[in-house]
Design a protein around this ligand. Sequence first.
Ligand SMILES: Nc1ncnc2c1ncn2[C@@H]1O[C@H](COP(=O)(O)OP(=O)(O)O)[C@@H](O)[C@H]1O
Ligand SMILES: [Mg+2]
Length: 313
Amino acid sequence: MFGDAIVTSAGDQYSIQVSPGHDADEVDHHGTGEIGPTGRPYREVPDPRPLDRHGPATVIAVCNQKGGVGKTTSTINLGAALAEYGRRVLLVDLDPQGALSAGLGVPHHELEQTVYNLLVPPQVATDEVLMRTRVDGLDLLPSNIDLSAAEIQLVTEVGREQSLARALHPVLDRYDVVLIDCQPSLGLLTVNALACADTVLIPMECEYFSLRGLALLTDTINKVRDRLNPRLDLGGILVTMFDARTLHSREVMARVVEVFGDAVYDTVISRTVRFPETSVAGEPITSWAPRSAGAKAYRALAREVIARNVKGA
Ligand SMILES: Nc1ncnc2c1ncn2[C@@H]1O[C@H](COP(=O)(O)OP(=O)(O)O)[C@@H](O)[C@H]1O
Ligand SMILES: [Mg+2]
């Protein structure tokens, strides 16, 4: 397997460990008061409490109109980490590329019923599209290229922005969290995700040019809140593909924190080849490399999301 360069921060000193691919021993930093990669002390995050019943779900749209920033990777791995904490999770693939479905090992090209059939008449029942994944507690509404036609077909429908909300409504009581993996655009499919979401998680690649698109994205979120969904809030910005060794990464991070403040999650996802590996393997990093730094980071994010974004935690 590939080697894995993992960057850990200890106080203001950065050290690089190179592991053969498995155990990067990292502790959970939340609440230690230690300075994290965001340049701030880690905030207190309580341990998720065990649940004795499930639902109604908090709906989180994973959204950024830029491609390749870690939306799909974050949807799969945050979803799997939330499931490890005993949450019932539904993942919705809202990208016609179907990368979320493929990343969970689903042969999506061959599927007869997908999210497309939930959105465009004659609609089928949501349960007919719903699939279990290999991860306990993690279900999926898959997509494939059929979905690319939905955007055009929906234009003439009444209530076209609420089509996904209507499809999700019957199953929300069964889940604690619904994560919607959006396509890299701010078109009608993404508006459908924002129209039914409680909160938006924005993965952002730690690159200078990524900052520019965020203004347009927050503008869209504000418009959807005003016109379609008053309860929508900006859940948080997740910095991905961070490399603590480069000045560039640290400068971009400082700027993101300056602009978005507390909205930036303390958890930061480092750049590592283990993520591309997991897409090939068709499973989340939490089961593919459970002790890797990447798996631990998504577990730390899951705890932050439960504490900050999930109704009734
Ligand atoms: N933290 C990371 N470090 C390195 N590569 C990553 C990381 N997160 C995602 N990737 C890889 O980058 C590519 C784009 O990620 P993806 O999650 O598909 O982005 P998006 O859904 O925003 O287009 C994929 O090949 C994925 O495996
Ligand atoms: Mg994607």
